[in-house]
Design a protein around this ligand. Structure first.
Ligand code: ADP
Length: 503
């Protein structure tokens, strides 16, 4: 351990801690070969929090090679499935013991509120690792009836070295969604964090080592997508790529992974519809639809960003939605207890959201709330944007079609169920969707008709580690979470045993 691998930090909420800065390879923090670094910025103040080492091609190669070696070591390969689960359980316990620290780091680095990080992200992150720890020794094959002279069975085996690339909206939580099933199935991992939020993954690296994972099983890299990400996805010793991020990057990754026919799973963008029928419980529909787009600053891939409301309740819904936004969506820094919406993650994201606001106005949509930067920080610093609501939106508009990934919602009207379904499905995406109605038959009928990987009935965004998550159309390939999440990280081997078929 060299001292320049760590830096002592004090967060704005007075939490003091030691931040690792290195690349976490083979259970050690090391500098990048080239000395390259990236900076993490507090999006509320625009000040630098820390610089951490950024991986180049040589570092990626090193990480993949140790993961490849660890895969074949008895310390991992021959570890009993129950012991693997126990290691994961230990990691979850250590994470839980450090939950205030993780919530502090992700709030500081990403801009989400400390309260949201603590009560949502950390509960989820710990819960996901525990959920998959429980699966580790419950993964089994089959015996298959064939003929009297053949005994056939299957074994579920790990895929191998798994490259995992995660986004910045839930830095720790996204890492656990990827690590949980990969480790439960016995793979080894090289995970790259998003360049905007490099910090919490390194603290997790410390805990991976403390929990007792053998060296090389879990490796964490920071680095730029175009450099470290590309090198990782292209590496010949990587057997699988799991990615969460934009659809455009997913398409690049698919192309890079195609060269050596890597197994892939992709979780990408969305423009998820939320349909409010006239018979919905209005107060609840309003509260959930507000949370569905405005929580986490709207930076959620499943954010229900297109609200479609039945004509007879449209005016009532809009009035109440505006009121709820006004009273609930308090914009502020990450640390105040009454902040609902913190800053957006980066200047790029801030600019992108404001560009969409401008485009929406130019396209002729009616902006009924928000749309402007909110000067909160010192001298107007910080990437704060007011929660923004557009009405009179038509399906030809960009703000209807494209993922904005910010606190911006479009609201449209429909007359009947058929039209609601057509509007909901009028998108190249298919990640989440929500339906609000008190009519049981209608709820299930519409849930079945909407082209999405997940449909919430009378709620939005309340994911659960036990329930599969993923998209259809251009929202992704494969599923995370739940038992389905294991399929992405294991492969079936068939064994044919000759029971006396002599030639
Ligand atoms: P965003 O535009 O919101 O930053 P991205 O899809 O570009 O979303 O980023 C998600 C993750 O993908 C990040 O970890 C990023 O570094 C990584 N990434 C970006 N470009 C590439 C690439 N060409 N190859 C591999 N990973 C990439």
């Amino acid at each position: 351990m060299t001292s320049n691998m760590y830096v002592e930090l004090t967060a704005p909420n007075e939490v003091r801690y030691t931040q690792p800065r290195g690349l976490f390879i083979n259970n050690e923090f090391v500098a990048s070969e080239s000395g390259a670094t990236i900076s993490s910025i507090d999006p509320a103040t625009e000040e630098e929090i820390a610089t951490v080492y950024a991986a180049g091609e040589a570092d990626v190669d090193k990480a993949v090679r140790v993961a490849h070696k660890a895969l074949k070591e008895p310390s991992w390969k021959h570890l009993s499935a129950s012991d693997r689960g126990a290691l994961m359980w230990k990691l979850a316990d250590l994470m839980e013991q450090n939950r205030e620290l993780f919530a502090t780091i992700d709030a500081w680095d990403n801009g989400k509120t400390y309260q949201e990080a603590l009560e949502n992200d950390l509960v989820e992150a710990v819960g996901v690792i525990r959920y998959y720890a429980g699966w580790a020794d419950k993964i089994s094959g089959q015996t298959i009836s064939t003929t009297y002279q053949k005994f056939a069975y299957t074994i579920r085996q790990p895929i191998g070295v798994v490259a995992q690339i995660i986004p910045w909206n839930y830095p720790l939580s996204m890492a656990t969604w990827k690590l949980g099933p990969a480790l439960a199935c016995g793979n080894t991992v090289v995970l790259k964090s998003a360049e905007q939020t490099p910090l919490s993954i390194l603290v997790l690296g410390d805990l991976v080592k403390k929990a007792g994972f053998p060296p090389g099983v879990v490796n964490f890299l920071n680095g730029m997508g175009a450099v470290a990400g590309t090198a990782l996805v292209s590496h010949p010793l990587v057997d699988k790529v799991a990615f969460t991020g934009s659809t455009a990057t997913a398409s690049t990754i698919m192309r890079l992974a195609a060269k050596t026919l890597k197994n892939i799973s992709l979780e990408t963008g969305g423009k998820s519809p939320l349909v409010v029928f006239g018979d919905a419980e209005m107060e609840q529909a309003v509260k959930w639809s507000h949370l569905g787009i405005m929580s986490n600053q709207g930076q959620i891939c499943t954010a229900t960003s297109r609200i479609i409301v039945q004509q007879d309740v449209y005016d009532e819904f809009l009035t109440k939605f505006l009121e709820t936004t006004k009273t609930t969506s308090k914009v502020g820094d990450q640390w105040s207890k009454d902040t609902y919406q913190g800053p957006l993650v980066s200047k790029v994201q801030y600019q992108r959201v404001l560009d969409y606001v401008r485009i929406g106005k130019e396209e002729g949509a009616q902006m009924v709330s928000g749309g402007e930067p909110v000067p909160i920080g010192n001298g107007g610093k910080g990437f704060f944007v007011a929660p923004t609501i557009f009405t009179d939106v038509t399906p030809s508009m960009k703000i209807w079609k494209e993922e904005i990934f910010g606190p911006v919602v479009v609201i449209a009207k429909f007359t009947n169920e058929e039209e609601a379904i057509a509007l909901a499905n009028d998108t190249t995406y298919g990640l989440g969707a929500a339906v609000f109605t008190t009519n049981l038959e209608k709820a299930h009928r519409v849930a079945a008709e909407i082209e999405a990987g997940m449909v919430w009935v009378n709620s939005s965004q309340d994911c659960d580690p036990r329930v599969p998550f993923g998209g259809v159309k251009q929202s992704g390939i494969g599923r995370e979470l739940g038992e389905a999440g294991l399929d992405a990280y294991s492969q079936i081997k068939a064994v044919h045993v000759n029971m006396g078929n002599r030639l």
